[in-house]
Design a protein around this ligand. Sequence first.
Ligand code: 1GP
Length: 245
Amino acid sequence: MSVLGLLESAKAQGRKLLAVLIDPDFGQDEARLRQTVQNACMARADLIFVGGSLLTSTGFDRCVELVRQWSDRPVVLFPGSPAQLSRHADAVLFLSLISGRNPELLIGHHVTAAPTVRALGIEAIPTGYMLVDGGRPTTVSYVSQTSPIPHDKPGIAAATALAGELLGLRTMYMDTGSGAQRHVSAAMVAAVRNVVNTPLIVGGGIRTAEQAAELCRAGADLLVVGTAIEHEPELVYAMSGAVHG
Ligand code: 1GP
């Protein structure tokens, strides 16, 4: 089954999913990378995401190759740039940054990346990426040079997601950015859930199992957790329990 098929069928069945996000710079420390991937698989996380808005090392492809080797879960790229593509992945989130007004991130990078995606033969998942204010500037807000959607404006998020769905995007990803102080509010998730039928991905600043459970109840279909699990590897078990419970 395709990764998009997995997201859609889980949503149809009301089954919530967890993705563990791996920062490719992490590949510098192979033992730690291996432990993180194996933990994620043992904890029954559903997907492994690999990507970051800024890479400071050169081992991206090697990192994805290692994740693929150690994981029995689908490996999905969450690319910060067209350079973050790899034949070792099952799918790539083909992201359009619809909360921003930076043409490069709405269509420019896609033109650069499309021939490579086709040549690699990996599944591309058309994704409306919405950056939401999470309390302080994050790498993604700085690198993308876009203003996030204000945290307390669920109506803007809902209208943005609806526009993305009408344009044909197949999933929506609401993100406050890696290491954000605050995650997207449950009220905003519920407002977006109310207007779109696509699977809803939520990430950024999710630190506890309680927060994960609340966001799932509000309507998120797939939660993405990176930083908190990087800092506390055993947390993946509680997160998985909260999402699947
Ligand atoms: C960031 O949604 C991801 O784009 C995950 O964020 O690292 O804060 O969990 P964290």
